[in-house]
Ligand binder design. Structure first.
Ligand code: BTN
Length: 242
């Protein structure tokens, strides 16, 4: 397995996609010190200032059907949450599908991209953006209110290499568990870290806006929302407001 380290790239997702097309093996990791065009979900930009965060993309090649790939995003979220606790002692919470919050503010974003043909998955590229030693001045004004970092929350610098190692260790363990025994344990862990389960939330997507109580997730990683009439909706992709 190899780690590709870059000082400055547009996006580690882009590099990992390219390496994956070149048949680089599962486990290949791209890490950058800075991204000039980091991308978030739903076409949003992801600020990735130099030397202060973990900006990385991991190539996985699981032999699973396409509709199960959201499970891997949840696996990554659990791994990062555990690693943050191990290294810093901070308790983070997961907000469906893939944000990690500390005290209600976003600390980590995860972006999963696929290379697939028909129902065959060639690669799952898991991009993790983690605000480690980012200061509030580093954040653009538009995200300052809603974003935070490990440094802001703990008052201490965290060594990025140590945290990357801890994340990879957790991911490796959970990925082996996943390949061997399926999603069961990961789903339980995820629900244990989840911020919204059992709470009232509002979800907003391009096609709908719904309000109700988040009941849990399905085996496929789909969010179940019960509205006030007791009807349960399956949410595949949306933004959650609390
Ligand atoms: C989100 O919350 O919208 C997801 C953000 C994902 C950011 C990471 S940083 C490393 C990787 N490279 C990118 O361009 N994006 C992901």
């Amino acid at each position: 397995k190899s780690i590709v380290y870059e000082e400055s790239v547009k996006s580690t997702q882009e590099i990992a996609q390219k390496l994956s097309y070149e048949q680089k093996p599962e486990g290949t990791l791209v890490v950058a010190d800075e991204q000039t065009g980091g991308r978030g979900r739903l076409g949003r930009p992801w600020q990735s200032p130099k030397g202060t965060g973990i900006w990385m993309s991991l190539i996985l090649r699981p032999d699973i059907p396409l509709q199960k790939t959201p499970q891997l995003t949840l696996l990554a979220a659990v791994s990062v949450t555990k690693a943050i606790y191990k290294v810093t002692g901070l308790n983070a919470e997961i907000k469906w599908p893939n944000d990690i919050l500390i005290k209600g503010k976003k600390t980590v974003g995860i972006l999963t991209e696929l290379q697939a043909e028909a129902d065959r998955v060639h690669a799952v590229i898991i991009g993790i953006g983690l605000n480690v030693n980012v200061t509030s001045e580093d954040f653009n004004e538009d995200v300052r209110e809603i974003a935070t970092s490990l440094k802001i929350e703990s008052g201490k610098e965290t060594k990025r290499a140590e945290l990357i190692a801890a994340i990879l260790e957790e991911m490796e363990l959970l990925y082996q568990e996943y390949l061997r025994n399926g999603f069961g344990l990961i789903k339980l862990l995820w629900e244990g870290y989840a911020h919204s389960i059992g709470r009232r939330i509002r979800v907003r997507s391009a096609s709908q806006q719904l309000e109700g109580v988040a009941k849990g997730i399905t085996d496929e990683g789909i969010l179940l929302l019960e509205d006030d009439d007791g009807k349960v909706h399956s949410i595949y992709s949306a933004d959650i407001e609390i």
